[in-house]
Design a protein around this ligand. Structure first.
Ligand SMILES: C[S@@+](CC[C@H](N)C(=O)[O-])C[C@H]1O[C@@H](n2cnc3c(N)ncnc32)[C@H](O)[C@@H]1O
Length: 197
């Protein structure tokens, strides 16, 4: 099942998207925390971010990428093959997580929540997948003009989230150390939150 327009899908699988990840996204994200152990990436698409995380963080033992779109999963499988057993790609809805509860050290959600219309239950699942002390990290488009313009052009289904609403929901679920930061003049937001030990 594809939740994105074909244009968005092609762009997310392209080499230019990799350049955006290297030059724009990674510098935006504060990744100065512990990546060791098992990482679960929700809606990992064609594996662009997963590839870079595995490249930059040798302490990641295993990264499990899940995505609901078969074309994305095929691309991710090909891209991540060079990482051998450190990478696993699973075709599934993020709501049916293929991991034991409380077993994951880090859950990532890069630019995917706005395509999950039911994003609150997904974040509850992420909370349940994390071990106590484990961390959720991500970034997304905020409820602002850029997201509306992009999706007006590409015509895929989306629901932009307000940073305050995300902060409230993460807190309601039970996350601690909730941080949601507006970036790029309010068009993007980064977030991290910890499942209390
Ligand atoms: C804009 S792309 C971002 C891909 C990747 N995270 C990146 O940064 O390159 C959003 C991805 O989320 C996936 N997605 C959306 N809803 C999902 C869900 N409920 N479960 C799993 N994947 C989902 C889409 O198939 C798509 O690959």
């Amino acid at each position: 099942m594809s939740v994105m327009s074909s244009f968005e899908g092609i762009f997310c699988r392209s080499a230019p998207w990799g350049m955006v990840a290297d030059w724009v996204i990674l510098p935006l994200i504060d990744d100065d925390y512990d990546w060791s152990g098992t990482v679960l990436e929700l809606g990992g698409g064609a594996g662009t971010m997963a590839d870079r995380l595995l490249r930059d963080h040798a302490e990641i033992e295993k990264l499990v990428l899940v995505d609901v779109d078969p074309a994305m999963v095929r691309s991710a499988g090909a891209r991540l093959a060079r990482h051998g057993d450190r990478a696993e790609v699973v075709l599934t809805d993020g709501a049916a997580l293929p991991v034991d509860p409380g077993s994951v050290d880090v859950v990532c959600a890069w630019l995917m929540l706005h395509h999950v219309i039911e994003w609150k239950p997904l974040l509850e699942k992420a909370f349940g997948a994390l071990r106590p002390g484990g961390r959720l990290v991500g970034y997304d488009l905020s409820r602002a003009v850029l997201g509306d313009v992009l999706h007006g052009v590409t015509r895929s289904e989306y629901l932009l989230i307000d940073p305050g609403e995300l902060r409230e929901e993460l807190t309601r679920i039970g996350f601690g150390d909730v941080q949601v930061h507006s970036k790029a003049l309010g068009q993007l937001m980064t977030f991290t939150a910890v499942r209390p030990a």
